[in-house]
Design a protein around this ligand. Structure first.
Ligand code: DON
Length: 304
């Protein structure tokens, strides 16, 4: 497949689209990013990288990090995980509180903020230094030791994180958070603040296109069944209340973040990462979705 030609053509077309999105500003530090950035990187399973635009510029991966923390905990404790968090789409926005009371503090899935906070709590339970473990894990899979947390972004979110503070305290009232809320939030804001470029991100997610095997060392990180389940979660919950539309138009498992990143997996074929900070009303990258819809349409290949 001539991926380079295809992503070049998509890039040229998408960057001419009318500006329909706006940058996330509820985390003030994120609002400083140049809204016109746009990059694409595709990594095939033979390790060829195809890239265009701002594919080598770092950005804040935000909620995309939730897939990695969930996968770490899933590989560590297996199906015990599903006692603490569900695996159903929520149909609500990423930071919604509304289902939690009816559902006794068990978040619908690990990718909405409520679920990611429970996963953060599990990271604190299972690792002595979860921040260090998480960063090293990301560096190893991305094959890039220069990846860092952005302390300014983490701090900026901490200062404005009223919604996440409410969520973690509410879940604790149901005894589904075991650690101190501030410690859970500190880990969570750090995991979200991690910065990398589209190529790093495609490499980080290749494990999900590779049946759970880390290609570099041929190490099994997730069993085939666990990898299936991670991809199913991305398919059903990766774009929150736009997960149906993403499935309908793109047909691949994927995950978005409010930094404007989107990553998608075509199992046994490729991993693709797009970055464009302008978000649609559901908090997902506008160009990101437009790019991926064109990719699976032009290549005539998706999981469906
Ligand atoms: O908790 C938050 O609100 C952010 N740190 C992450 C949200 C996010 O990326 C939602 N995804 N599109």
């Amino acid at each position: 497949m001539e991926y380079q030609k295809i992503i070049n053509a998509i890039y040229d077309e998408v960057k001419e689209l009318k500006d329909e999105g706006s940058i996330a500003d509820y985390i003030p530090e994120l609002a400083k990013v140049n809204a016109n950035k746009f990059g694409i990187a595709l990594l095939d399973n033979e390790q060829n990288v195809y890239k265009i635009g701002d594919a080598q510029e770092n950005f804040s991966i935000q909620s995309i990090s939730k897939v990695i923390s969930t996968a770490i905990i899933f590989s560590k404790i297996g199906n015990e995980l599903w006692k603490r968090v569900g695996f159903e789409p929520s149909g609500n926005s990423f930071n919604s509180l509304v289902q939690l009371e009816y559902e006794n503090g068990i978040p619908r899935n690990p990718f909405i903020n409520a679920g990611a906070l429970v996963i953060a709590d599990l990271m604190l339970e299972h690792f002595e230094n979860p921040k260090e473990y998480f960063l090293n894990f990301v560096r190893e899979l991305s094959n890039n030791d220069s990846i860092q947390y952005n302390e300014n972004v983490a701090q900026s979110e901490k200062e404005n994180g009223y919604r996440n503070t409410a969520l973690v305290n509410f879940i604790k009232s149901f005894d589904n958070i075991k650690n101190e809320p501030n410690d859970v939030l500190d880990f969570y804001f750090h995991q979200c603040s991690i910065e990398m470029n589209c190529i790093d991100l495609a490499k980080l997610f290749q494990v999900f296109a590779n049946n759970g095997v880390i290609s570099k060392e041929k190490t099994i990180f997730l069993t085939t069944s666990q990898c299936k389940r991670m991809n199913a979660l991305m398919q059903m919950c990766g774009f929150y209340d736009q997960a149906g539309e993403f499935t309908f138009k793109v047909g691949l498992p994927g995950k978005s973040g409010v930094g404007g990143g989107v990553v998608a997996i075509f199992p046994n074929n490729y991993t693709v990462a797009v970055w464009s900070p302008k978000l649609n009303k559901k908090g997902n990258s506008y160009y990101g979705l437009e790019t991926l819809e064109r990719l699976t349409t032009i290549t005539e290949a998706s999981i469906f």
